[in-house]
Write a protein that binds this ligand. Structure first.
Ligand code: HEM
Length: 566
């Protein structure tokens, strides 16, 4: 048994184990509490190999929760309901040392993300079916040997977050971790996949510079929004409809906004003359799309790339190498600029500094750390912001009266407004919040438990992979009346809704690992809509968005059926 565990430890579990041992604070050893192999979880729990290893690291017997009013578990982990056929399969698959929890969970997540960029958050039917069929806590005995627990209720999400400690562990993107640690031989794997004190240090060194860079580069984001609007006016047809692949333009807008903050540079993604395939913006766009697709493929199903170079792995390496090389070039340029200023004895004005220059000046970060941060931002930030912008436009297009109301709020304001005024536009804010409630770019959050917890009376052991289907709770009548309707007003008069302040809708995640660029995303979305609507034609334009290929929003069963708790 131990040999099997070592195999797993080496080939598959390495990251989880390391996360748990690095990220969570180990309990002090006491003679009675430490034990070698018998875990707090029943031995029949799927992926007992992992549990053995985890238990051997530092689990304390009998400890369930450390928060004062921790609920008492009335049922064991074994009692958590879930599909029986998976349970049977699990017995068979447990003997295959190649696979594990992450494969199961990432397969589920891949199912959700399959298809076009805009539909990836919408295939929640599987989750809804499982929760309807088995109750509000569902255990999947992974057919590949791992255990996954799915929850969606806000109070359950809250329990998970309350117990995540200072160093939460999110398990995703193993392939990115391998690419950085093994292929590039970097010291760190990047903020999204990191955990523990090192992640905390890195995250802290990003937050303030990002906030400052956002303030300084606000005008550049404004200009990029104007560029997208001009592009829209050029590409729409005589019926004022934008083409079906309009989302590509949104993607370019999102990338240009991000690059202006990161590099204080205009890259030219939205060049009105179009992009030649050999131009730098075209290469960045293609590599980013290629890397995203390769990551999705690598993260789904069997992680065979851990053992040999699959086509998806090769594609990931190729695309990430291309972006990394471009980032290296930008880092060198920024270093040269800073050196030149230093040699001339000129001080760089802090009000015109890019995020990258701020990183370089802080001297606390290695260039390779900067590379991982910038690439993580591109991989996460561009898709999420494009998704949010596209659906925000879509919702405004579908509901012209809401659009008119929003227009009324801003019509007497100048073409250029500062960040504070922008962020205080209440109806605009409400529209963004409501659109994110209906179509959150990340509909599921995940955590690996760093200690045993009790959810709905069930004791869930440390090391369990939790999937929190936050989108399902944000669509529930129980929390939002007329939950499937786009009603920004509910955010203006919160007393109209229930649980507004709770976990019912958390599009930017929650806790220490929540999105670190929420402000940036909100500024980008607000500026785009503000400027678009201020152009009178925008009202018509947005209606034309009905014709854009929003496959997900029209076909998803989520949108046609009310969601209920079982
Ligand atoms: C509307 C746009 C966006 C949404 C809805 C969004 C949402 C999220 C969510 C749900 C998470 C995971 C939170 C959790 O697990 O609790 C996350 C993490 C993250 N996001 Fe965003 N995001 C957006 C835009 C951006 C942008 C523009 C950037 C980059 C500049 C970005 C960078 C990150 C990073 C680096 C993390 C990982 C943070 C960590 O683990 O410490 N996001 N985001």
């Amino acid at each position: 048994m131990f040999r099997v565990s070592s195999l797993n430890l080496r080939f598959m579990r390495k990251s989880i184990i390391r996360r748990l041992s690095d990220g969570a604070k180990p309990e002090p050893k006491t003679a009675t509490t430490m034990f070698p192999t018998e875990s707090t979880s029943p031995s029949t729990s799927a992926d007992s190999k992992t549990k053995d290893v985890l238990a051997g690291v530092y689990v304390k017997v009998g400890q369930v929760d450390t928060i004062p009013d921790a609920p008492i578990a009335s049922s064991a982990f074994e009692d958590v309901p879930g599909p029986v056929f998976l349970k049977r399969l699990a017995r068979f698959w447990t003997f295959v040392p190649v696979v594990g929890t992450q494969v199961t969970a990432s397969t589920i997540q891949y199912l959700l993300s399959a298809g076009s960029q805009l539909s990836w958050s919408n295939n929640l039917w599987l989750f809804r079916w499982l929760l309807d069929e088995y109750g509000s806590v569902v255990r999947l005995h992974g057919p590949f040997g791992g255990d996954v627990v799915i929850v969606s209720r806000p109070e359950h999400a809250s329990t998970v977050f309350q117990n995540e400690g200072p160093y939460p562990i999110r398990s995703t993107l193993d392939c990115v971790e391998k690419y950085r640690l093994q292929h590039r031989k970097y010291k760190n794997a990047g903020p999204f996949v990191m955990y523990g004190p090192e992640w905390e240090k890195l995250r802290k060194s990003i937050e303030q510079p990002l906030m400052n860079a956002l303030l300084q580069q606000y005008d550049k984001i404004d200009t990029t929004c104007s560029e997208l609007i001009d592009r829209i006016l050029t590409i729409r047809n005589k019926q004022q409809e934008v083409p079906k692949d309009f989302v590509k333009e949104i993607h370019k807008w999102s990338l240009e906004c991000l690059c202006s903050v990161m590099f204080n540079r205009h890259i030219g993604f939205l060049d009105p003359r179009g992009l030649s395939s050999t131009s730098e913006p075209a290469i960045i766009l293609e590599s980013l799309n290629g890397a995203t697709n390769a990551i999705r493929k690598c993260e789904s199903g069997l992680h065979l790339w851990k053992f040999f170079e699959t086509p998806a792995w090769k594609s990931l390496v190729m695309h990430c190498d291309t972006i990394d090389n471009i980032l290296t070039k930008y880092i060198r340029k920024a270093q040269d600029k800073l050196r030149e200023y230093k040699n001339k004895g000129v001080e760089l004005k802090s009000d015109d500094m890019s995020l990258l220059e701020r990183f370089l000046l802080s001297e606390a970060m290695l260039p390779e750390d900067m590379q991982t941060i910038l690439l993580d931002m591109m991989l996460i930030g561009v898709n999420t912001t494009s998704h949010a912008a596209a659906f925000l436009l879509y919702h405004l297009a579908r509901f012209p009266r809401k659009q008119q109301k929003l227009y009324d709020e801003i019509k007497n304001l100048p073409a250029k407004i500062d960040k504070n005024t922008l962020m205080n536009l209440q109806y605009l804010k409400a529209c963004i919040q409501e659109s994110l409630r209906l179509q959150p770019p990340m509909p599921i959050l995940n955590r690996i438990l760093t200690k045993d917890i009790v959810v709905h009376g069930y004791k869930i052991p440390k090391g369990t992979y939790m999937l929190i289907a936050t989108k399902l709770s944000s669509l529930r009548e129980e929390h939002f009346e007329d939950s499937l309707k786009f009603k920004p007003e509910r955010w203006l008069y919160p007393e109209l809704g229930k649980d507004m302040e709770s976990m019912a809708t958390i599009p930017f995640g929650h806790g220490a690992k929540a999105c670190l660029a929420k402000d940036l995303a909100e500024v980008e979305l607000s500026l785009l809509i503000y400027k678009l609507l201020l152009k009178q034609q925008a009202l018509k334009f947005a209606q034309s968005l009905r014709h854009v290929n929003f496959r997900a929003s029209t076909t998803s069963p989520i949108n046609s059926k009310k969601v209920r708790y079982s």
